[in-house]
Design a protein around this ligand. Structure first.
Ligand SMILES: [Zn+2]
Length: 329
């Protein structure tokens, strides 16, 4: 099949519905993709109609996105599926035409097993994480202060035996571990794959993790202004630059526990800083942002258009921190 054939076959996507194939009756479901590393209880997969009028999917967990054809491709070929390969697209279309049906994993909420407090200490800070953090503007002292560590084959492999991850993949990666604590309890550990440059498989939660607020101790019941950002790296970046009352949900933008709102209720000013995502994603996220603002009684702000997120802004503009300080007055 030539590239042009693949292009014209792509128009078949208008005839099929991702939602129908997945029998989706909810807005966000547990990701059905085979390589999505999950504890099976965090819905992260959503479907939207794009401007050209066909459906696209996006998973905030594993970062996979595409149209209905790509969905089948990723389901069948896994991570090896290449959306720009006419051969792969052709195979996916064949499956689609045959009437491929999928059942997404059931949304189950197993009682969180919880994590032993000591677990985060299994991942001491290592050179690769220090260097990765350095490129993102973070000092080793900051990483240390937040209990950040390095997980690789040497200390992760045995701990994750039986967690359903591909052992060959796991042992070839290096992760930055970012623990979330509430009141001195270890709530979760997020692992950021520092070898992955693409969107896929960048993050996963250590099995047994629960949703929590990274930096919770820094915002809890303070009367000072508070900043809520999207992720751990931004939290640490702002903290290091003097905005110590900063925190971020550890579980992606879709999840915010309304019970957390009480923690910020003493503060005289709370702001949520969003990302400048492409418009479709931004629209998709706007409800999540609104929920955050409602939960924390916060105002929503965005970095200047030319920066994607707070981290880019802080690295690219020495005046960023003053501007954020200004929002808090
Ligand atoms: Zn996924």
């Amino acid at each position: 099949m030539s590239t042009r054939d693949a292009q014209s076959l792509r128009s078949l996507r208008n005839l099929y519905s991702i939602k129908a194939i997945l029998e989706m009756d909810k807005k966000v479901i547990v990701c059905p993709l085979p390589y999505h590393a999950h504890v099976n209880h965090t819905p992260s997969f959503s479907v939207y109609s794009n401007r050209e009028g066909y459906e696209k999917f996006l998973c905030h967990g594993c970062g996979t996105e595409g149209d209905v054809i790509d969905l089948i491709g990723f389901m069948v070929l896994g991570r090896d599926y290449n959306p720009s390969s006419p051969k792969d697209v052709g195979r996916a279309i064949e499956m689609l035409i045959k009437g491929y049906k999928l059942s997404p994993p059931e949304l189950s909420r197993p009682k969180p097993r919880g994590l032993s407090y000591e677990l985060w200490k299994a991942f001491p800070l290592g050179d690769q994480v220090i260097s990765y953090g350095g490129n993102r503007g973070l000092t080793a002292e900051t990483l240390q202060a937040f209990g950040v560590g390095q997980a690789d084959k040497s200390n992760l492999y045995d701990l994750l035996k039986g967690a359903g991850l591909d052992p060959a993949w796991l042992s070839s990666q290096v992760f930055m571990t970012m623990p979330t604590f509430h009141h001195g309890k270890l709530i979760g550990i997020k692992l950021r794959n520092i070898k992955s440059s693409g969107k896929r498989n960048r993050f996963f939660q250590f099995p047994g993790s629960s949703p929590g607020l990274f930096g919770m101790g820094n915002i809890y019941n303070t009367s000072e202004p508070i900043v809520i950002v999207k992720g751990e790296i931004s939290t640490m970046n702002l903290w290091q630059r003097g905005l110590i009352h900063t925190a971020a949900p550890n579980c992606g933008e879709a999840m915010v526990d309304s019970a957390w709102g009480i923690w910020t209720s003493w503060s005289k000013k709370v702001i949520v800083i969003g990302d400048n995502d492409p418009e479709q994603i931004k629209n998709q996220l706007s409800k999540a942002y609104l929920k955050r603002c409602e939960t924390f009684r916060a105002d929503l702000r965005f970095p200047p258009e030319k920066y994607h997120d707070v981290d880019d802004w802080l690295l690219g503009d020495p005046g960023a921190i003053d501007e954020i300080q200004g929002w808090l007055l």
